[in-house]
Design a protein around this ligand. Structure first.
Ligand SMILES: [Zn+2]
Length: 190
């Protein structure tokens, strides 16, 4: 009984202490990776609305397109800005109305998605921690300080009284921090 706990626990606790989130089957989403990988020729916007192009080995700021006998052109689709409403949106964001609407919609979808992912990850973390704290509670309840335990690879290791105290303290501390994190997550998810 406590052998099973002893086997599962160190690994899980280790994982969570390493910043991993065990038992999350969803593909993890890393918002930091979105804008970092660019191929040569890729063009993207930064948070300030500037356009950048990936060149061979460096990035270059894309100038507003105002070529061909001074005509204004949408910086996204290159459409000639002639219509009144396009002129209005061009003034604000250097693009035609169609592109501006599309960009705002994309941004909104991306924002909603990030929020959603964040919530899913937090819910998974919460479920994991609730499960862990129950297991740790059980483990401590059954913790006799008995001098041997079975490791993950099936080896029997012995511990002395100092080790036993360390192990108990470790799990008690874990339980405290897990409980704090659970409360935090529960508040955030409300
Ligand atoms: Zn456009």
């Amino acid at each position: 009984m406590s052998n099973k706990m002893g086997k599962i626990f160190p690994r899980k606790i280790k994982q969570i202490m390493n910043g991993e989130t065990p038992e999350i089957s969803l593909s993890m989403f890393d918002p930091n990776n979105i804008s970092t990988k660019h191929n040569v020729g890729d063009i993207w916007d930064d948070v300030h609305g500037n356009k950048w192009e990936q060149k061979e080995g460096y990035i270059s700021k894309v100038r507003k397109i105002q070529v061909e006998n001074g005509d204004l052109r949408c910086k996204v689709c290159n459409k000639l800005i002639s219509h009144k409403i396009d002129k209005k949106t061009y003034k604000k964001r250097d693009m035609c109305l169609t592109c501006l609407v599309k960009e705002d919609t994309d941004r909104k979808i991306k924002g909603t998605y990030l929020e959603y992912e964040d919530e899913v990850i937090k819910k998974n973390e919460l479920a994991f921690l609730v499960d862990s704290s129950a297991q740790i509670g059980e483990y401590l309840k059954n913790f006799t300080g008995k001098s041997e335990f079975v490791t993950e690879d099936g080896k029997i290791e012995k511990w002395n009284i100092d080790d036993a105290n360390k192990i108990r303290t470790f799990f008690e501390d874990e339980l405290v921090s897990i409980t704090q994190r659970i409360l935090e997550l529960q508040t955030e998810l409300k």
